[in-house]
Design a binder for this molecule. Structure first.
Ligand SMILES: [Zn+2]
Length: 194
């Protein structure tokens, strides 16, 4: 089971690397409050969703330029096939393909991914408001431009999996305790979590 909770994992760190969400500033924050650490993670999540929403809206515009297209990609990424009444057979659409090729950022976002456009748009819907809610926090504001600071992607992933590792270790310890309580020589050494 995965916990992957970066807003808990970040509390284990004293020095936090930060990037600005707007300009090119980057640096480290030292000994900030737990509340500010959690806010950094909250702002990072909101920023990521906000960035995703920007590209999703571009995809939506692209698809809307071809309202009658039955191209495989449109069917794969939307509920349009259902709107057409169920199992729509895909049809070639060179005009749509040309439009897609003219927008390489969109093509890149859809490569090796599968998602439902409507669902992701709904999920990312309030990202802008969420991001805005961190803008007035002085302790996590960019010293250059005043926008909210966020943590780099690599750090965000690392603190999440760090907490994950602790969670796995704890769950094994919990099992071990139970077996010891159970007694009667049933205790078996447990595998060490990797
Ligand atoms: Zn900045």
């Amino acid at each position: 089971m995965s916990i992957a909770n970066p807003s808990a994992g970040i509390l284990n760190f004293k020095t936090i690397p930060v990037d600005c969400s707007s300009c090119f500033y980057y640096g480290d924050l030292l000994d900030i409050s737990d509340d500010d650490k959690r806010a950094l993670i909250g702002a990072t999540t909101a920023h990521q969703l906000n960035e995703e929403q920007k590209i999703l809206l571009k995809i939506q515009e692209l698809f809307n330029r071809h309202p009658n297209s039955k191209h495989q990609i449109i069917l794969d990424f939307t509920s349009r096939s259902k709107l057409f009444g169920g199992n729509i057979e895909p049809e070639p659409d060179p005009e749509f393909e040309k439009d897609l090729n003219d927008n390489p950022d969109i093509a890149k976002h859809m490569t090796n991914r599968l998602f439902n456009l409507e669902t992701r748009l709904y999920f990312t819907g309030d990202a802008g408001i969420r991001l805005q809610s961190f803008q007035n926090r002085i302790d996590i504001a960019c010293p250059k431009c005043g926008s909210v600071l966020i943590v780099p992607q690599s750090f965000y992933r690392m603190v999440g999996s760090y907490e994950d590792a602790i969670g796995i270790e704890r769950s094994h310890r919990w099992q071990k305790d139970l077996r010891e309580i159970d007694g009667e020589g049933k205790f078996m050494p447990l595998p060490i979590p990797k």
